[in-house]
Ligand binder design. Structure first.
Ligand code: NAP
Length: 247
């Protein structure tokens, strides 16, 4: 996929799926502005890998729940590269627990990061995209947002919310040359899933028709496709990358 001359902002680019997305876009020649919550050593490592892959990249610390920091992130991207062509809302967290035991701050933290964070980033990025009459937004949902999952009412709410927000914004922006789509990964091998206890892992695996975890790169290629002009006539869609889990 060709991203020559394109600028991409990727949230949560220090690790896991976000890192793989940064690399995939950089491989196609994009300039990538990535942010993370605080793991700057990992973020700088992603920058180096992007540059080695042929793109330009820079990393910033930016908490996506903070509107001021999000605006500063977009301002840096615009100041440095002059435009924002691609936004990938990937930053996400989990705070799992059964509803009866779930603490209110754990609900708030997950919805604030996963859902409101994407809202703030889209709000800050759509203005320059509308001026350009060009843009591709890809939001990370989850198979959990499609099917629900015991122990994840907060996460499921945030990821189902991403789908509603994606479809609504796709309708708002379709006539402006901007696409908005979501990718719904299944069980992907990252730090987020490494913490899942062995018994729960085995149970999850038994529900995957392909009988294996996905790799971050397999999600990244789907994200890159939706962020590319090859997907110019696709908007408001949710692409499951889950080894068949959500069929
Ligand atoms: P991960 O390995 O845990 O990485 C999370 C990334 O998000 C890190 O870069 C982290 O930054 C960043 N982040 C967290 N809170 C942030 C905040 N407030 N502001 C800015 N950045 C923040 O996660 P992952 O597994 O790659 O998941 C990436 C996305 O895919 C998430 O939205 C997740 O919900 C979704 N997803 C994952 C799976 C899966 O199986 N892994 C399945 C479905 C959907 P630091 O490094 O600084 O902490």
């Amino acid at each position: 996929m060709d991203f020559t001359g394109k600028t991409a902002v990727v949230t949560g680019g220090s690790r896991g799926i976000g890192r793989a997305v940064c690399l995939e876009l950089a491989k196609g020649g994009a300039s990538v502005v990535l942010c993370c919550a605080g793991n700057m050593a990992a973020a700088e490592e992603t920058v180096k890998a992007c540059e080695a892959a042929g793109g330009r990249a820079m990393a910033l610390r930016c908490g996506v729940t903070d509107a001021g920091q999000v605006k500063a992130l977009m301002d840096v991207a615009l100041g440095k590269f002059g435009r924002i062509d691609i936004l990938v809302n990937n930053a996400g967290i989990t705070r799992d627990g059964l509803l009866a035991m779930m603490k209110e701050p754990d609900f708030d933290a997950v919805v604030d990061t996963n859902l409101k964070g994407a809202f703030l980033c889209m709000k800050a990025a759509v203005r320059p995209m509308m001026k350009q009459r060009y843009g591709h937004i890809v939001n990370l949902s989850s198979v959990v947002g499609l099917r629900g999952n015991a122990g994840q009412v907060n996460y499921a709410a945030s990821k189902a919310g991403i789908i509603g927000m994606t479809k609504s914004l796709a309708k708002e922006l379709a006539s402006r040359g901007i696409t908005v789509n979501a990718v719904a990964p299944g069980f992907i091998d990252t730090d987020m899933t490494a913490a899942i206890p062995e018994a729960a892992r085995a149970a999850a695996l038994s529900g995957i028709p392909m009988a294996r975890l996905g790799a971050p790169e397999e999600v990244a290629r789907a994200v890159a496709f939706l962020a590319s002009d090859d997907a110019a006539y696709i908007t408001g869609q949710v692409l499951a990358v889950d080894g068949g889990m959500a069929m």
